[in-house]
Design a protein around this ligand. Structure first.
Ligand code: ADP
Length: 424
């Protein structure tokens, strides 16, 4: 089956968060299953283009110039241009496509632009980001309004909403966990699109992780708990902080991720004698307060505080930490809790979205209320684990099947059964 994925991210080459990991991991697994898989991503001007996989296609982004993936006033026109160029590329190079699989708003307009794919599937990795713009933005990149079937924003009728158009035009819509699939059809989590999604009945499939990329170097998943703990100690020594236990967070620092709870977790951990490591990437407009906190904790023996995106440090932290906190407001799937488990690090998560679907009393700790008290209570519970219960929990996580094998098979089922819509 020829399956073409279109995405703004593709790990490890280009990523800002879980979207990149998911597209990189799923496409690799589908290819391993023998499918003819291709991936289209934008030809960002900061990309190094040598040694790329043969099935990765770089598509023109137009006369725009961005130094990072997102966060610019012309984000929507840039990705509209990417979609238009992708449509032309697909028509020319892939006259036959069995499944066109689009990811998030950046690629969603292709559901109506690209008419020749047999089936179109749209994955929603985060409903908060929808890609809204004015009709003039469509015209500016040479897209006729009529080509973008049903994209009028339900709350702002003068706006075009890339994700909404994709939801309406795709044959099947996937959310990245079963709980998130249920949450997004409610006004609380629907970001204005709950009614549109309710009609579409999204299917929930939990992401996997690529265990070749997410593997510790100082211990193995088959090691005894003692060996795993000794392997963690080697990285702790390297990072040079002192305290027990090590708790941390590796995250984008945006409201969704519960930054104020993360900071409460930091203070609580330090008070209890532990080390807290925060590796956060903050959008430019939100950096200020975090930079101040970074200065406050500079040289603190129990705090590691870094405000940037650094994959190497992320790997070291997943390996060093004893516990990882994920106190999100909402979480479509969440990958950091899965990666943590693959490193024998126990997740402490708020029970929402994919966090609820993947963390349970066997492999971690959950809490319900979005409050510092609830998080700190869960941290206290984790800290009071007996040695043998701690060992069992580490092994449960590290030995569980977190790979893409099962999710990829579920995707294949959706591809096979997608209810073909009559396209206009
Ligand atoms: P989201 O996609 O909402 O950011 P996920 O939990 O799905 O959240 O995925 C986050 C991915 O991004 C993980 O691979 C995580 O390791 C990575 N990540 C997040 N913040 C950072 C950071 N500051 N530095 C390096 N990697 C990060």
């Amino acid at each position: 089956m020829r399956i073409v994925h279109v995405s703004s991210e593709f790990a490890p080459l280009v990523k800002s968060g879980g979207l990149g990991d998911a597209v990189g991991g799923l496409t690799k697994q589908l290819a391993l299953l023998g499918e003819d898989v291709h991936i289209l991503i934008p030809k960002y001007n900061f990309l190094k283009t040598n040694g790329l996989p043969k099935n990765l296609h770089l598509i023109d982004m137009g006369p725009f110039n961005a130094s990072a993936l997102y966060g610019f006033p012309d984000d929507v026109p840039r990705f509209l241009h990417f979609c238009k160029a992708s449509k032309e590329y697909l028509e020319q190079h892939f006259p036959s496509i069995d499944v066109l699989h689009l990811h998030d708003w950046h690629a969603a307009p292709l559901a109506s632009l690209c008419r020749h794919a047999k089936k179109t599937v749209l994955s929603i990795h985060n409903l908060e980001y929808q890609g809204k713009c004015g009709i003039q933005d469509l015209q500016a990149v040479g897209i006729k309004e009529v080509e973008l079937f049903q994209g009028t924003d339900p709350r702002y009728p003068e706006s075009y909403n890339c994700l909404k158009g994709g939801i309406e035009s795709a044959d099947e819509v996937i959310a990245v966990s079963p709980t998130y699939a249920k949450e997004i059809i409610t006004p609380e989590f629907g970001f204005g699109l709950d009614q549109v999604l309710l009609k579409k009945k999204p299917i929930g499939i939990v992401n996997g992780i690529d265990r070749e990329i997410w593997a510790p170097t100082t211990y193995k998943s088959t090691d005894s708990p003692e060996k795993i703990i000794a392997g963690k100690q080697k990285i702790k020594d390297l990072l040079g902080k002192k305290g027990v236990p090590w708790i941390g967070s590796i995250t984008r620092l945006v409201p969704q991720k519960g930054p104020e709870l993360i900071l409460a977790g930091l203070e609580h951990t330090v008070k209890k004698g532990g080390v807290f490591a925060l590796l956060g990437s903050a959008p430019d407009e939100m950096r200020g307060p975090y930079e101040k906190l970074k200065q406050k904790y500079a040289g603190h023996p129990q705090v590691l505080f870094e405000i940037f995106f650094n994959d190497e440090l992320a790997h070291q932290l997943y390996a060093a930490l004893d516990f990882l906190i994920v106190p999100s407001h909402f979480e479509p799937c969440g990958l950091t809790q899965l990666i943590a488990m693959a490193f024998g690090t126990i997740p402490i998560v708020r029970a929402t979205g994919g966090l609820k679907d993947t963390v349970n009393t066997q492999n971690g700790f959950t809490f319900n209320d979005y409050t510092p008290t609830a998080l700190c209570h869960a941290i206290d519970e984790a800290m009071s684990l007996s040695k043998s219960a701690y060992h069992t929990m580490i092994k449960t996580g590290i030995e569980s099947d977190l790979s893409w094998k099962k999710p990829a098979l579920e995707y294949l089922k959706v591809y096979a059964s997608a209810r073909r819509l009559a396209k206009k």
